[in-house]
Design a protein around this ligand. Structure first.
Ligand code: PLP
Length: 433
């Protein structure tokens, strides 16, 4: 049976062929320790890492080719979680180094954020930090500037100025795109540096760090950037390294006689050998995106989103973000028991769709989709418990969490048609009297 991969929000699949060709080439023909040996393979490995950094910098600066000269602002990490841990714990350690071990730490994030922000914050609560969450609109998943401002005002009144604000750009539950420029402005008005979790946005939507104005951006290499698993990174704004302490120290292959970690970017945050095999692949994933442009990648996703919305609506599904709209589905279609989280408008969302059925549990739906149609979807709470709580889907009548289907650049219109048709069949069969 044909397999239709709709779990791109977890990790993208397939990847452009050049990704695996580069991985294989580096692993089988080079294999050196990049930049640390006095031989050609080592120099080539170093060039490969530098090229990937340059391509990432271009992508992070609105695809501006001249931004390759800012490549040293990009620090490689294992994945988004690793980059977020460096950002969060590095800021806190920086405060403690400057102001003393018992300096107050006040962290603010949104209830739409992922456990890879919520759990490091929670770990810091055990060390005395205070954490607050800005709540989204429970129908759209949108965190308004007013909601963030209210939390920051209250926080400042009770405890003092915030240490860090971490903001999810795109929800991995509802695909909701947050107004990160406005939210960053609000956080800055309270004197807080801003960390953007770009796990579900980068590679899907055009992006420019200069427009957003944030201090840090954490991103995966293995999702929208189409690289191998085990890759990711943190972009750090010029000068912010003075406030961001290291969280790991070790060999960098440079000024090895120093006791302390070198201050220069990016080696300050890159202790130990790189995942050069993975970076070789990531570089080709980013090159693939730059060649096509993010505008055209987004155009493809918008087409699929439009089709998905239309098919779900025609089958009777309702969107939580448009509860009052007349454009909702018919009440007697096969998906009339289905509630899709977030909005219908493709321009306000990405191709990550989560949904709950009034009678069928998400895990059961996912299992049937795979058995009956080879559709690979994801069920559960997607490491975003507060987002599900906000949508009312943490625990509900038919179970825990939601069914998620997430699109990617290699998903076709036919894949979407097969997946929604299969969902209709399953729901129809299950609800026959
Ligand atoms: C919004 C968000 N943040 C962070 C992560 C963690 O990503 P990674 O697996 O790259 O650590 C994910 C993963 O799904 C995510 O969706």
């Amino acid at each position: 049976m044909r397999r239709i991969y709709l779990d791109n929000a977890a990790t993208s699949f397939p990847k452009p062929p050049a990704v695996w060709e580069a991985v294989l080439r580096f692993a089988t023909q080079n294999g050196s320790s990049p930049g640390r040996g006095q031989y050609a393979e080592s120099r080539e490995g170093a060039r490969l890492i530098a090229t990937c950094r340059e391509r990432l910098s271009v992508l992070l600066h609105g695809e501006d080719p001249s931004a390759s000269r800012h490549a040293s602002r990009v620090v490689f990490a294992l994945n988004t979680s690793d980059a977020l841990n460096l950002a969060i714990k590095g800021v806190v350690r920086g405060v403690r180094l400057r102001e003393g071990l018992h300096a107050p730490v006040r962290l603010v994030t949104t209830a739409m954020d992922h456990n890879s922000v919520l759990r490091p914050f929670s770990a810091l609560v055990q060390e005395g930090a205070v954490v607050r969450h800005a709540e989204p609109d429970p129908r759209t998943g949108l965190v308004s500037e007013a909601a963030l401002e209210a939390v920051l005002s209250e926080e400042r009144r009770v405890h003092g100025a915030p240490t860090l604000v971490a903001i999810n750009w795109v929800s991995n539950v509802s695909g909701t795109i947050q107004p990160i420029e406005g939210l960053t402005r609000v956080a800055h008005a309270f004197g807080a540096p801003v960390l953007i979790d770009a796990a579900q946005g980068l590679g899907h939507l055009p992006f420019d760090v200069r427009r957003v104005g944030c201090e840090m951006v954490a991103f995966p290499g293995h999702k929208g950037l189409l690289g191998p698993q085990g890759t990711g990174g943190l972009w750090i704004a010029p000068g912010f390294e003075k406030l961001l302490a290291t969280t790991r120290e070790g060999g960098t292959g440079s000024i090895a006689e120093l006791d302390d970690q070198p201050l220069g970017m990016p080696e300050r945050y890159e202790a130990g050998s790189h995942n050069t095999v993975g970076i070789a692949g990531l570089s080709e994933g980013v090159a693939w995106l730059l060649e096509r442009t993010l505008a055209s990648v987004r155009e493809h996703e918008l087409r699929l989103i439009g089709l998905m919305v239309e098919m779900l609506t025609q089958a009777g599904a309702r969107f939580s973000g448009d509860e009052a709209s007349e454009a909702q589905g018919t009440s007697d279609g096969p998906l009339s028991g289905m509630r899709v989280l977030g909005v219908r408008d493709g321009h306000a969302r990405t191709g990550t769709f989560s949904m709950v059925h009034e009678a069928l549990g998400a895990a059961e739906l996912a299992a049937l989709l795979e058995q009956q149609a080879g559709v690979l979807a994801r069920a559960g709470i997607h490491c975003a418990p507060l987002a599900h709580r906000a949508f009312g889907t943490l625990d509900h009548a038919s179970g825990r969490g939601a069914l998620r289907m997430s699109l990617g650049p290699f998903v076709t219109e036919d894949d979407v048609c097969v997946a929604v048709a299969a969902l209709c069949d399953i729901c129809e069969q299950a609800t026959l009297p």
